[in-house]
Design a protein around this ligand. Structure first.
Ligand code: FES
Length: 101
């Protein structure tokens, strides 16, 4: 198995019952998944995207985590923020404005 250079986890607020009810979902994280996927393909990035359960950082939601870089981003609620993060990943940079520290 080839591990991707970037594994992007997007909180979809899944709960034990399978429902998706948390903050990130309510603020549109799931709606951004197709856009993120299309950006990965358009940019030809070696990246994989996975939607997750609550990452216990709800106050910062919607939350996106990039591994293995260990970057936790918050307030990822629109395509402009996604673009900024993807641009930074390609450049080996960090978007400080959205970083959860
Ligand atoms: S619902 Fe996304 S971090 Fe809790």
């Amino acid at each position: 198995m080839n591990k991707p250079a970037f594994h992007i986890f997007v909180c979809a607020s899944f709960r034990a019952g399978g429902e998706s009810k948390g903050v990130c979902h309510k603020k549109g994280s799931v709606a951004l998944l197709p856009y993120i996927e299309s950006e990965i393909l358009d940019r030809g990035m070696d990246a994989q995207i996975t939607s997750t359960g609550c990452m216990k950082a709800c106050d910062h939601g919607p939350v996106m985590v990039v591994q293995p870089q260990g970057l936790w981003y918050g307030r990822v609620d629109n395509e402009d923020v996604v673009d900024a993060i993807m641009d930074a990943l390609e450049a080996g940079e960090i978007v400080q404005d959205y970083l959860i520290e």
